[in-house]
Design a protein around this ligand. Structure first.
Ligand code: PBG
Length: 326
């Protein structure tokens, strides 16, 4: 034995307390943003078939969900709306009586301390399901910007603490910043979906938010999954335009991108652990093929290790419970 030379890494793994001392990354309930789907109507608590234990909530039942979130110690939620009707221009996205605006007012009245983030996009509100104005089969960039700014302002007026634009039009951060500042909301931060790939992992979300494009796909505005350097250009533009947080989305297949965006930007980075990533684990867990608690905590840890400061995840409530037990 004595003649061969090697390092003894196992010395620091020999006990739980030793492992705790040298652990480099931690996950806390303060890292989580919990997504909530709100829908027009009454007495609706609709489980999404492809997302077990995720519901669409009508506003009369929403307090139940919010109270639970607060009780678990989660400090932040993001609101996605399912409107009563859709039209060409997504009018209900920027209506002061829109579903998201009403939900924000209700939540802030009940729990003023909760950080309420508004997802700012048009795809749930347009009849064609695209994230912008469509003409002759094209998604138009510049005419969309004004509607996004209007949406953000109406969400801020309703009391949103953070605006999270997810549409991937060029210049959307600049347009929204300009709109918010002009309306007196200089202090409302923008959490930009800066790096959003055209991903197959969004399928279950589109069931939940009724936002499937009615023709074509989103490849002319969302990014090509093959591209890494383009992510840095997208991040750079959003920083220059005044973003306060940068989201990378999806998370699991893009941990390399999270690391690079973090190192490159030095900004608060959000990992969006998307619907398909959630559903895969739920399905495997329900089959007894994986240990749900262990696998979820491991994957959330991996996002922190990759450089994320914040994790937007449908596992937030479960993970909050598990972290409390530990
Ligand atoms: C809307 C939007 C999408 C998601 C969040 N905001 C879907 C899309 O681009 O079609 C996906 C979130 C998820 O899958 O969890 N622009």
């Amino acid at each position: 034995m004595s003649e061969i030379q090697f390092n003894r890494h196992r010395r620091l793994r020999q006990s739980k307390s030793m492992r705790n001392m040298v652990r480099e990354t931690s996950v806390s309930v303060h890292d989580f943003i919990h997504p909530i789907f709100v829908i027009e109507g009454e007495q609706i608590k609709n489980e999404i078939a492809s997302m077990p234990n995720v519901f669409q909530w009508s506003l009369d039942l929403l307090d139940e969900e919010i109270d639970e979130v607060v009780k678990l110690g989660i400090q932040s939620v993001i609101i996605f709306g399912v409107p009563a009707h859709k039209d060409e221009k997504g009018s209900l996205a920027y209506d002061d009586q829109g579903i998201v605006q009403k939900a924000i007012r209700q939540i802030k009245a009940r729990h003023p301390e909760l950080t309420v983030i508004a997802d700012t996009c048009l795809c749930q509100y347009t009849d064609h399901g695209h994230c912008g104005i469509v003409k002759d089969g094209q998604v138009l960039n510049d005419p969309t910007l004004d509607l996004l700014a209007q949406t953000a302002v109406s969400q801020a007026k309703a009391g949103a603490d953070v605006i999270a634009p997810s549409n991937m039009m060029d210049g959307f951060v600049a347009a929204i910043r300009h709109g918010l500042d002009g309306a007196g909301f200089e202090e409302v931060p923008i959490m930009s979906y800066a790096v959003k790939y055209a991903s197959a992992f969004y399928g279950p979300f589109r069931d939940a938010a009724h936002s499937t494009p009615q023709f074509g796909d989103r490849k002319t505005y969302q990014m090509d999954p093959a591209n890494r350097l383009e992510a840095l250009r997208e991040a750079q533009s959003d920083m220059e335009e005044g973003a306060d947080f940068l989201i990378v989305k999806p998370a699991l297949s893009y941990l390399d991108v999270i690391r690079e965006v973090k190192d490159y930007s030095g900004m608060p980075v959000v990992a969006y652990n998307v619907s398909g990533e959630y559903s895969m684990i739920k399905a495997a867990s329900q089959n007894g093929w994986v240990d749900e608690k262990a696998i979820v905590l491991e994957k959330l840890m991996s996002m922190k290790r990759a450089g994320a400061d914040i994790i937007l995840t449908y596992h937030a409530k479960d993970a909050a419970k598990w972290l409390k037990e530990q």
